[in-house]
Design a protein around this ligand. Structure first.
Ligand code: FMN
Length: 339
């Protein structure tokens, strides 16, 4: 049975990727994910703020050095991108060792939202052996005066800055709240992204009624959450010049199959592995093969994208018709089918 898929120009043995999570934080964790059968591993994000903090700390060091050693200003200290302090150095070393030790692609993740200053760090990740960079554009525009075009322009410029810094493929993990996700996706691809990861999961804080303070909360996902990414993968598959990876809500092989039917090139999972352990990858893979077997498919290429919307001439009407049908056809709680 052939499960091979192409993601960002990388040939994967099958489409199931371990998404960024604490499971891939260190070399042992990454090895475990590879042993459990992950087709690729995404490491946890390195944040723009971390990079800037280290750059600032470095500048302070240089200033102190140049005060006592005049030659420092004339290139005595190495270039800032070649000089990393403790935290980031350890992360780069983990990436380097994982890239050397593992046969599967190790994808590094950067999380940022501004095009200035920090994006050159992508070069350090490439030099350390990252097979690709996943750029997580996590930003909540809190200023009501900032308009959507401005927010999107900064995202596109950020993608461009990272993509121009490296020759390995860059994928972009996008948030779902956009007026026109397809158009923004197109602009992101135009800026140099080779793939999109749909969608970023935002963690909205709760309110702690005892302390009257914001309460951070992180719940693992449920299969219900696949719907938004499923729709947008179906709408974009075959219509955008980029790989598509699905993230969010994978619990069983059913969600993997649905995402692939919608047209995803790869399917990522974090919550299911945090819940059941890395060996759950084998359960998902086996379930995928069993489903293919039950349908008489021997090659993923024969059915991936079968439910993508690119065959339909009037997609907007379809989405709207279904919306109206679902709302007007509601007959009470017996309509709730779950997932
Ligand atoms: C504990 C935890 C840590 C995560 N860390 C990262 C991260 O560093 N970078 C990132 O892009 N996504 C991160 N994610 C998001 C996941 O990669 C994934 O996109 C999200 O959880 C939705 O997928 P899931 O339903 O399979 O969990 C994290 C998720 C969890 C639960």
């Amino acid at each position: 049975m052939n499960l091979e898929t192409d993601y960002l120009g990388l040939t994967l043995a099958h489409p199931i990727i371990a998404s960024a999570s604490p499971l891939s934080r260190d070399l042992d964790g990454i090895r475990r994910l590879e042993d459990a059968g992950a087709a690729a591993v995404v490491m946890p994000s390195i944040y723009e703020e971390e990079i800037e903090a280290e750059d600032e700390a470095f500048e302070v060091l240089v200033e102190r050095g140049s005060w006592t050693q005049p030659e420092a200003a004339g290139g005595y200290f190495p270039d800032v991108t070649a000089f990393r302090l403790g935290g980031l150095m350890a992360r780069i070393e983990t990436l380097q060792r994982a890239a050397e030790a593992c046969a599967i692609p190790i994808i590094a993740s950067l999380n940022g939202s501004t095009p200035e200053g920090w994006t050159g760090f992508a070069r350090d990740l490439e030099a350390a052996g990252a097979a690709a960079i996943e750029l997580n554009l996590y930003r909540v525009p809190t200023d009501p005066r900032e308009n959507a075009a401005e927010v999107e322009r900064r995202s596109v410029e950020t993608v461009q800055a990272v993509a121009e810094a490296v020759s390995i493929p860059v994928s972009v993990k996008l948030g779902p709240w956009l007026s026109s996700p397809g158009n923004h996706a197109n602009n992101i691809v135009g800026a140099g992204a080779r793939g999109l990861v749909l969608f970023n999961r935002f963690y909205q804080p709760d309110i702690d009624l005892a302390t009257l303070s914001p309460k951070p909360s992180l719940e693992l996902s449920t299969p219900y959450e696949i719907r938004q990414a499923l729709l947008w993968i179906a709408l974009l598959a075959g219509r955008i010049d980029a790989s598509l990876a699905a993230t969010g809500g994978v619990s069983t092989a059913e969600e993997v199959v649905k995402y692939l039917l919608a047209g995803a090139d790869a399917v990522m999972t974090a919550s299911s592995l945090l819940r059941h352990g890395p060996d759950h990858i084998a359960v998902l893979r086996r379930g995928l093969m069993e489903w293919m077997d039950s349908r008489g498919f021997d090659d993923i290429a024969r059915w991936r994208g079968l439910m993508a919307a690119d065959q339909l001439s009037d997609r907007e009407a379809l989405v709207r018709t279904q919306y109206i049908h679902v709302l007007t056809g509601y007959r009470g709680s017996s309509d709730r089918t779950g997932n």
